[in-house]
Design a binder for this molecule. Sequence first.
Ligand code: ADP
Ligand code: MG
Length: 694
Amino acid sequence: MSAPLDYYLTELHTLAAIGKRREKFYKKLVGERFIDLLWHLPTQLSFRTKIDNIQEAPENTLVTFEATVELHQPGLRRRSPYRIWMRDNKNNRFELLFFNAYDRFLQRVAPEGRKIGISGQLKCDRAHDTVRYHMSHPDFMGPLDEMGKWIGAERIYGLTAGLTRSMVASVIDQVIKPSKEMPEWITDSTYPSFLNALKNVHQPQVYENLNFTDPSRQRLIFDEFLAYHLGMALSNRRTKPKVISKNTYVPKLGAQLEALLPFKLTNAQISAIAELRGDMQNGQQMVRLLQGDVGSGKTLVAVMAALDVADQGLQTAILVPTEILSRQHAAKIGELLQPLGLTVAMLTGREKGKARDKVIETIKSGEATIVVGTHALLEDSVIFQNLGLVVIDEQHRFGVEQRLALASKSKTAHILSMTATPIPRTLVLANHGDMDVSILNEKPLGRKIIQTKVISVDRLDEVIEQIKAIMSKGRQVYWVCPLIEESEKSDLAAAVARCDTLREIFGDKVELMHGRMKGPEKDAAMQRFLSGEATLLVSTTVIEVGVDVPQATVMVIEHAQRFGLAQLHQLRGRVGRNDIQSFCLLLYGQPLSFQTMRDCHDGFKIAEEDLRLRGGGEIIGTKQSGVPKFRLCDLIQEDPDDATFLEGLFAKAHNMANEALKNDPDLSSSQGLALRELLILHEYDNAELLRKSG
Ligand code: ADP
Ligand code: MG
């Protein structure tokens, strides 16, 4: 590691100006390291103008001028302000106002009779024919020879409670001053160097400097894109076996399972399984993405691959984003594999102590053929006896880091990523350039299109009548609300409140589930719904990914306008999982067009429409949209020209990452070594990644 890199990785609390006391504020605002602070870019500019006297002061601008202190007038009562009467160069009188003032400080910097410099926002009250000038809490006041510093452009940073503008600006300056140049990792010499870019972005002079077209800003954004692509490429990279030995195993367990299934595999499933087998039999490491709309039966394809791996005595890990999904997968897969005499283990954050040790033991001993789990699987203490396949379900919910961590459990395991989220066209190449893709473009036979209706919340009574009728036929209903508590500020229907009203009608047939419930409570709720004991599940979006209850045929979504279309499509995918006609009812507060949702059932088209409609700013559902989040720039832009520009930059970074890896697969050249440092700066420094690359 180079010395400059060490500097950028230094922890912020080591600065006296931050220390243990302010560390938490900075952690919240930017992160923990110097570089995190330096990547906190100014968002606005204001300008301070020098004026001769207060009559020259333009409205609503910051001004700097000389004035003489005439009289101090401490507040009479506790709450009244401390005043200082001043006269400017033209003998105009005005007052400075201080609330909660430190008297002694004011007497020291502004003693009566002295001429001093002042800077801040001057206010002017006109009443009848009198004019009163005043300034509350000047930004600066002090000796005349300091005034030069209070003129010109001034950057404004985003803040968090506990920090002020000038605190943040001064800490940034303090950190940037001794910063050193990093070794160069980009090959495009039109950009300023890393250090110069950092220095420039913190000294904006004109508004254009705040835009991503500014070369310095762009360089830093480009760096971030580059690190991302490099991380992606490395995490998707195959570990190339030295000798490619064909591995023409005969799938036995898979054939047994197929014979036991109560249904036939769809043609799409059959060909996907064949593609997976093709990969695994040719002796190479499989790195494949299985893309299929909600309900297309991806889990079963993954299980079939796991069985092929089990035929050879190897284990499979299935990583899922939520505990609910983990439990559901473990139960369903366990059921499927029981007749084959295979064991499925599960590990989530909730298994603790002895229970956890026991699971870990079955993983280590090889007793567990398939291990389903959440992030808990990634911990170092989880060791597989012989991992043959890693399945990442809902892969867009995981970051590069997590994917790397799981892959690091075995250098040779096959990797199968699965997603229902259609990835926008512009990102497919970027995210999966090196992956093979299988697509499930067909739903199991007999599935009907889910009828989608858009209904005003005024017609709630009718909706309730409808679901009453449906529930009386033994079908089940999901009812999704966006928030869990009624907050004073919003009139959103909260899940808790909605549950209460629905219980008045349907009694204990109603179950409630939300993100703040504890794990076991969630399980119990889900279990009651799965078993059919409860027929109406009121919930927040915790149910959104992967949950599979075939008897559920109605999905009610309140405040549908709060969701992104892609997210609505995911939610809608919870129903229509058997051959009964299913419904999705979108309730809205204000009228809004959901034409796309009504008419379109193709998740890919929906995702593109979603991006187009939502544009920037709106975060709800970004997680679902498959668009990665960046700290220096949002890839989703409202203005189509901006969007095109950034996509271009993103693509350029993709090319540069690929080019660099092609020329220097081990990242051992001077550019390669510099790129390693870039990865570390951007926290893609998983050991495996660096190991894999050399
Ligand atoms: P997703 O692709 O959204 O992950 P799942 O794997 O959860 O979908 O499958 C949805 C449902 O379809 C499950 O209940 C599963 O058992 C069922 N299923 C899977 N394949 C078939 C098939 N070929 N025929 C009928 N039902 C199937
Ligand atoms: Mg699934």
